[in-house]
Design a protein around this ligand. Structure first.
Ligand code: ADP
Ligand code: MG
Length: 380
């Protein structure tokens, strides 16, 4: 990838570009906790986007996407928004940097990546982050890292129509090899934890399905959580989010909320605690407990939060049958990937069984991504 990018840069612009890289991400545990003020626990991965960049002394941005085989040129004013979706991410990053008082001059760039698009590994955050990071450096803006992540998030909100949280861009910017990062979505506080699963592999199985319900169901889940939190707040004024509550406080309002809202809240409160339990387990290298928590999360997402689907439950059940240490749906649900922590000696058997049995049942094999926790945004 590196040579291809450098060669293309030289061909197009007649000089060498400086290489930057950023990564996609996984989230080990902590699902649907972000909008409840709870923890997420992501890490950057060995799939990323690499870009060669060089200021060009004009007020124009000239970018070539190797993967889309497309060249786009745009100005830096609000009205210069390009039509190509992929270029809007870069334009958005420029605009959001400028909005924060950063300087952005014209530049040339060539980029390519290997984060599968739309598979739940956040290729878009990788794209935003590599440009946010590089533009900050080459223009000497000195914007701090958390703000760089917010530049990516605001790009999604304001230029790509995606109202996402901060996790993906946070992980992509802050990611560190061999570390997962516990982020408190209410306060922005974060802490690195060691992730060295020696003797295990971390593998994603992509169902390659995305069921329609996803966005309306997402809004409904949020509303359930808000209603449950509001009911608890009547007894405990300090509760602004479900993450501020505990199981006892939820039980107190059992008769005041619907059974459905109760189950949703039960999942969230359990999940916030599971993140903490996983962090404790990692500090003592206890990957069996980590795995068990992943199964509990899957159970919660499937039965209490009801955001799983047949394909995901099938892969989760199969993981259990194959003695996989931990397995759960990753991301919002209704499709996408399961994330699996599996002992090396069981890996081949698990993958073969998953491919064969999933294909038998659903007509196609799941895609397999072996992930390693890696560095996030950086200069190469
Ligand atoms: P994801 O879940 O992977 O973030 P999104 O739909 O949010 O999926 O983002 C995918 C979009 O990001 C693509 O449609 C494209 O516009 C942009 N993108 C991601 N990776 C690349 C790449 N390697 N080259 C060009 N554009 C990319
Ligand atoms: Mg995305």
């Amino acid at each position: 990838m590196k040579n291809k990018i450098l060669e293309k840069f030289k061909t197009l612009f007649g000089e060498d570009g400086t290489l930057y890289m950023s990564s996609g991400r996984i989230n080990l545990i902590g699902e649907h906790t972000d909008y409840n003020g709870g923890y997420v626990f992501p890490g950057a991965i060995n799939f990323g986007i690499m870009a060669a960049i060089m200021p060009n002394g004009t007020d124009k941005v000239k970018v070539f996407s190797i993967d889309f085989d497309e060249f786009v040129e745009f100005g830096l004013q609000e009205e210069d928004k390009p039509n190509q979706q992929w270029a809007r991410y870069i334009f958005g990053v420029c605009r959001e940097t400028i909005k924060r008082g950063g300087k952005v001059g014209g530049f040339n760039a060539v980029f390519a990546g290997d984060v599968p698009l739309g598979a739940g590994l956040s290729s878009s955050a990788a794209l935003e982050s590599v440009f946010a990071y590089a533009l900050n450096e080459i223009n000497g803006n000195g914007i701090e890292k958390f703000e760089l992540a917010k530049i990516g998030q605001s790009t999604e909100h304001n230029y790509c129509g995606v109202k996402c949280g901060i996790m993906d861009q946070f992980a992509s910017i802050f990611g560190k090899e061999g570390s997962l990062i516990r982020l408190n979505c209410k306060t922005g506080e974060y802490k690195y934890f060691p992730f060295h699963p020696k003797g295990y592999k971390l593998v994603l199985l992509d169902t390659c399905v995305k069921h329609e319900l996803a966005s309306s169901a997402y809004n409904k889940r949020r509303e359930s959580c808000e209603r449950a939190a509001a009911a608890i707040k009547k007894n405990h004024p300090e509760v602004d989010f479900l993450s501020d509550a505990n199981r006892l406080w939820l039980d107190e309002v059992r008769d005041q909320i619907t059974q459905e809202d109760f189950l949703r809240a039960e999942y969230v409160i359990g999940e916030v605690q599971r993140v903490l339990d996983v962090c404790d387990a990692l500090e003592r290298d206890d990957y069996e407990t980590v795995g068990e928590m992943m199964y509990q999360t899957h159970f919660g997402l499937s039965r209490l939060y009801e955001v799983s689907c047949e394909e995901l439950d099938f892969l989760n059940k199969l993981a259990r049958k194959c003695d996989v240490t931990g397995s759960r749906v990753m991301g919002g649900g209704f499709g996408g990937c399961t994330i699996n922590l599996v002992k090396e000696e069981l890996y081949d058997g698990f993958i073969a069984a998953a491919k064969e049995q999933f294909a038998q049942r659903f007509g196609h094999e799941p895609k397999v991504y072996n992930v390693v926790i890696s560095d996030g945004a950086r200069k190469l």
